[in-house]
Structures are given as C-alpha cells and as structure tokens.
Design a binder for this molecule. Structure first.
Ligand code: PHE
Ligand code: FE
Length: 305
C-alpha cells in the first residue's frame, strides 16, 4: 500500500503523522547517508541482483494480471508503453520519455522523506522513487513504499497531462499547507485521490489510485466488494475524512475525470483550511445524506481467463 513520503517521526501540529504509511514504529529503511540535501540519491541500477529483478518481474506479472477492466485506461495504456515488465526500471531512462511527455522526471530517494522535501520535489515536477525493492516475504503486502509501488503505481499517470499538472499543483499546495499548519487536510486529499482514487467511466468505475494498483488484492475489493462505500468526490468531504492505513479502505472517493480533480483543487485553499478546522471529521466508512453513493459492487467485469 501507501503513499506520499515522510519520516514517521515528523509530526503535525495536531500530533498525528501527516503521511503515515503503515504507522510503523521502526525508522524507515534505506540508506539516508547517501542522500543529497533535497533527499534525492542515485539509483545504482547495476547493483540490483538477479533475484531482485526476478522478484520485480513476478510482482509486475502478478499485479498486471489483476487489472484488465479494473484499472483506468490512462494507467493501462501508459504502463504498456513503458515496457517495464521485465526488470527493475532504470529511472534515468524512463525520465527521458517522461520529460518529453509531460516535463516530469523521476528521481531516486532512499525511502520515505519529510513532507516538505516531498512537496518541493513535486512542485519541481520531480517524482521521488524509492530505490530499494521489497523482500520476498513482502510480495503481497508492504508497509512502506518500495520501487515497485512507487514506479508501477505512480509513474504511468505522470504521463497524463492533466494528472501531471495536478501532482505539481499538489506539491505547491503542500508547501503552502505546511506554512498554514494544514497538512492533515492535504494528506487526506492525497490519500483519497493519488493513492486510493476511483474514477467513473462510461464502462463503470475504474481505479487510478497507486495504493490500490500496486496491491495484490485491493483492486477487486475496491470496485466490487459490498463492504466499502464509494462516494462521489467532494473536496471538503474528502478533506474531512480520516483514513485507515492498516487495512483495505472503508471509503473510496470517485472522480468523474482528472479535469474535475484539477479544477476542484485549483482555488486557493487558505480560507477552506480555516473552515475545515471548525467542521467535524468523518470516520472512514461513514456516510451522510448528501453523499452521492455509487453502487458498483455486484459482479466483476467479464473475467479474462
Ligand atoms: N489550490 C490549493 C491551494 O491553494 C493547492 C492544491 C492544488 C492542493 C491541487 C492540492 C491539489 O492550497
Ligand atoms: Fe504511493
């Protein structure tokens, strides 16, 4: 699963971690001593072992098999064009293509990084990718983002021009929210869009959130399990909704398009943050009268094979 980056020891004013991935008590893994001041580090591609390339290949194969008819078209087509199924991708190589497409580039990082460093990179259209790969025992579940989650989950949509602009706007908004002590609200927005977002299409609901896409079992659950609520995207509602970091989500928010997401988040949030601080929060799974509920949990699309 997972998300944006932070060191778990970094706390918000309110005392909760802004991006708590897995809320692990141990410090993030990764070698931070080799990182630059902006937290980026070299990806030493030659250093990956045969076993790591092989594990990456099996992860890719396992996840992609679960996504036809479930992942959004933008994800599927970009991922196919990336041709990244056989070995751990070389970030420099992929950056060349990405720069041509949307002027983004990929940079290596040792793992979770502090919020402000994360936002700064996004605001510069540089997407941080953890350079290490998970262990074999973490094949189905990992609490911190590794290169498989970061690459497979996040990179395909960076080729979409509107989503690419959203990510940069998010980075800029993050730097501002940090000054306004409003990171908690922005963290929820990230969680319910970039990591766990669903999108409505003429063919039905589809997944665009990286945390779902890189998971071995959440894709089917997110779209078809009767338990979680699927609620139409509403900015204030999203920013007031707490989330679970230790299990499948109880609530997913559904956008109509990346344009909708971009436009809804374009206005200055300064006043909104003041308002939100006065409003109650919702727990994950809670619904209200004004929520637009999607019922898309009957059966999967015609299953391949
Ligand atoms: N519009 C937000 C602000 O003024 C910035 C933002 C854009 C935040 C997109 C998140 C996503 O703070
Ligand atoms: Fe992520």
């Amino acid at each position: 699963m997972s998300t944006a980056k932070t060191s778990p020891s970094q706390k918000l004013g309110s005392g909760v971690p802004a991006y708590s991935y897995g809320a692990s008590l141990r410090p993030p893994r990764g070698n931070y001593s080799i990182a630059q001041a902006d937290y980026t580090c070299e990806q030493v591609w030659e250093a990956y072992s045969h076993a790591e390339h092989d594990r990456y290949r099996r992860l890719y194969k396992d996840r992609i098999a679960k996504l036809p008819g479930l992942a959004c078209e933008a994800f599927i087509s970009s991922l196919a064009a990336l041709d990244a199924s056989e070995q751990i991708p070389n970030l420099k190589q992929v950056s060349g293509n990405l720069r041509n497409a949307t002027a983004w580039e990929l940079v290596g990082v040792p793992g979770l990084i502090p919020e402000t460093a994360f936002f700064k990179l996004l605001s510069e259209r540089r997407f941080p990718i953890t350079t290490w790969l998970r262990e074999e025992a973490e094949f189905n579940y990992i609490v911190e983002p590794d290169i498989f989650h970061d690459f497979f989950g996040h990179v395909p949509l960076l080729f979409n021009p509107v989503f690419a602009d959203y990510m940069q706007a998010y980075g800029r908004g993050g730097l501002k929210a940090d000054r306004l002590q409003a990171l908690e609200y922005l963290a929820r927005l990230y969680w319910y869009t970039v990591e766990f977002g669903l999108i409505n299409t003429p063919q039905g609901l589809r997944i665009y959130g990286a945390g779902i896409l890189s998971s071995g079992s959440e894709p089917y659950y997110s779209l078809f399990d009767p338990k979680p609520k699927r609620i139409g995207f509403d900015l204030k509602r999203v920013m007031s909704t707490r989330y679970r970091i230790d299990d499948f989500q109880n609530t997913y928010f559904v956008i109509d398009s990346f344009d909708q997401l971009f436009e809804a988040t374009a206005p200055d949030f300064t006043h909104l943050y003041t308002q939100l601080a006065q409003l109650p929060t919702f727990s994950a799974g809670e619904i209200t009268k004004t929520d637009k509920i999607f019922h898309n949990n009957v059966e999967g699309p015609s299953k391949k094979g």
